[in-house]
Ligand binder design. Sequence first.
Ligand code: NAD
Ligand code: DAU
Length: 351
Amino acid sequence: MKKTLLITGGAGFIGSHVVRLFVNNYPDYTIVNLDKLTYAGNLENLKDIEDKPNYIFEKGDIVDADFINQLFDKYQFDGVIHLAAESHVDRSIAEPMAFVMTNVVGTCNLLNAAKNAWKEGGYEGKRFYHVSTDEVYGELHNPEDFFTETTPYDPRSPYSASKASSDHFVRAYGNTYKLPVVITNCSNNYGPNHFPEKLLPLMINNILHNKPLPVYGKGENVRDWLFVVDHARAIDTVFHNGVLGETYNIGGFNEWKNIDIVKLVCKTMDSKLGREEGTSEKLITYVTDRAGHDLRYAIDATKIMKELGWEPSLQFEEGLDKTVTWFLDNQEWLDNVTSGNYQDYYKKMYS
Ligand code: NAD
Ligand code: DAU
């Protein structure tokens, strides 16, 4: 069936995998990728699909309500998959207001535009999907505990507070205006195109350049890792089959202490680079802890698995191997990001 979908944040890490999956798997859909191209947006991520006839790129800011309303007028969207956000916790500690603007105000602008655009024709067949994070649930201490869809919200960083706030607005629009909404809360993603400010790509890049590997505090914090393509597959599943008004947690039942995952990256890199085992581990440097650093996240993904039949396609070791191989095969991508050259790609291709 023909549809026109708005995907926001499609030039970012997860968004680019979602755009690729939808453009390739749904040739009848027109996919409009709206992205501001902040430091995290990189159109090189989408090189392989940018010439497809069902793909359109629009540069713009979700904080600009007039622009968003015009975009809804122009395309008459049938659905929205909203990923655009400021996504890095450390940056939210340094610059919280950017997170309030994009994650809260930007999300509300999209909700208003969808509500106004869809109210006349009715909501039949329409869907507003908000892509959110497990960080809204706070942190876990008891090793037997997991975040479920009914865990009370307890955001503890400016980033997670802004995502929690946007989740609340999405639910409020669902309840008050009956906007057809659905939300997912996912754990830490890893994979190709991950921006090298985040733990795993930062470690890979620093190992390549023999630079220190900064581990916050004692490296005891726990994260639950999911391959990014499996997150994109889950988004496809929930967009098409998720029950409106519902929330689904997405995760890989794959918890790692930071220090253990960093050591595994070191071992994998040593082996692939033909270095003696233990070489990269010598670069590990314990540094000052992140302010308010959440101890442990762990998602219970039973609901999406049982009700919608989604499950991760990759074992973690395989996913990590693929990821490291991708970064080694795409060092130009990494160099373009670290040098800032990637920001010229838009000018070269689109203006
Ligand atoms: P990212 O930082 O890699 O990409 C964000 C994208 O949004 C970038 O392309 C950026 O240019 C764009 N953007 C930022 N501000 C914008 C604005 N005002 N207007 C338009 N575009 C704007 O982020 P990511 O890691 O791909 O995360 C995508 C989404 O998934 C976010 O909503 C994040 O909260 C959520 N999420 C991320 C993870 C993870 O592990 N990375 C896990 C769960 C949920
Ligand atoms: O849980 C989902 C969240 O995962 C997403 O919502 C966020 O958008 C995404 O950025 C990610 O947040 P984290 O803070 O968990 O990811 P980050 O890669 O920044 O850090 C992972 C862990 O590694 C965390 O415990 C902090 C630690 N860390 C991070 C960096 C960048 C270090 O020890 N050293 C580092 O240099």
